[in-house]
Design a protein around this ligand. Sequence first.
Ligand code: URA
Length: 229
Amino acid sequence: MAQTEQILQVIRLARAFFRQRAEMGEEYLFGHVDTWPELSMKTLYESMEACQKCGLGGGRTNLVFGDGDEHADIMFIGEAPGRDEDLQGKPFVGKAGQLLTRIIESIKLGRSEVYITNIVKCRPPGNRDPSPAEIKACLPFLHQQIGMVRPKVICALGRIAAQTLLRTQSPISGLRGKVHIYHPYGSNHGIKLIATFHPAALLRNPQLKRVVWEDVKLLRKEYDGLIIE
Ligand code: URA
């Protein structure tokens, strides 16, 4: 490796280290997350690929990083990859994903105009819910991703995403239907967050369609409002 490349690599690793510490709440030591220079998505991908902080890393076929416009105003955050996502290395490509695509299109947007990712980046075996320890291990990566995409509005898909991001145990039925403010760790800057039911829940219970439609209309309204703000 050329000397310049070695120096750049050290700088990249140092930035990743400090940024992660800042996002884990060590604001008093390292300042606000917003003040840290951006890591590249590629570096973040590489650190996720090397991650074995929980047991899920060992069982995956592919890391499921994220998909879409890396500078999107809207970010959809689901729970964890399922079988299809694990095989393809892309979020929301199975049945629930196809429904998510239709939901996005119903508010006159395309998948390539938004950014889609999950709370947890590796598939939990048998599609079980990710455990609190797995979520905790993976969360710093999501915080970094949010810091890079810098969405104006986040749509949390389902209970796990909504409860994790809003740091609450309230049921999804009480969290949906309103605009929350999500505060990334170490940042004063709030991001609007709308929670709704997970597309997989919608597949199981089509009666939820009406409330999900209300939620995504609210999302569209917030998005349209950005142009005026
Ligand atoms: N369910 C999720 O929460 N995420 C995916 O990527 C696929 C299904």
